[in-house]
Design a protein around this ligand. Structure first.
Ligand code: SLL
Length: 163
């Protein structure tokens, strides 16, 4: 099993957060959620248009704010499903996202940082009003990225190209 010299192959993916304010109609607060929590939110790593990425990514670790119970969360691959974590809260903070590749890749884990956005900064009151009416005030902070594999092992190249 050799590395293929002078070859790079990349796979696109999306990571980020989607947040939604609690609202009696559009997003009611589930029982047991603390009074001071204002939003439900989700952090994820997934394929573009929800294409499968589990043939190259086997695990994602999300490190949340230390004040949150169990703040280090591990999500293992479910084929065809995004790596996703749902939470509720009141504040914004930086999430550390650690990517673990399939073992055939022989790649070390890599770290990404993402700021959880709950509020639509930089919008006019009119725009914010429109957002609330339109889709319940959802705030998406999504990033497109490309995972580059340099000089992949032959067996991994096989997986990537037939994946
Ligand atoms: C700060 N950026 O400067 C803030 C921290 C922490 C947010 C925000 C709690 C959720 C939970 C929550 O939303 N924390 O306790 O489950 O301090």
């Amino acid at each position: 099993n050799k590395r293929i010299k002078s070859l790079s192959i990349y796979r696109p993916f999306i990571y980020g957060t989607t947040a939604r304010p609690f609202d009696p109609i559009s997003n009611p607060k589930p029982p047991g959620v603390p009074d001071d929590h204002t939003h439900s939110w989700e952090v994820f790593v997934k394929g573009v248009d929800d294409t499968d990425i589990t043939y190259w990514l086997r695990r994602v670790q999300f490190k949340l704010h230390e004040s949150i119970p169990n703040h280090v969360r591990v999500i293992d691959a479910v084929p065809g499903k995004p790596f996703s974590l749902k939470e509720t809260g009141w504040g914004e903070f930086e999430i550390t996202i650690r990517l673990y590749y399939v073992t055939e890749s022989n790649e070390k884990p890599q770290t990404l940082y993402h700021h959880l956005r709950l509020h639509p900064y930089g919008r006019t009151e009119e725009e914010k009003d429109k957002m609330k009416k339109g889709d319940g005030g959802v705030v998406k902070s999504w990033n497109y990225d490309e995972q580059i594999f340099n000089e992949p092992y032959e067996s991994f190249y096989e997986i990537l190209t037939t994946g």
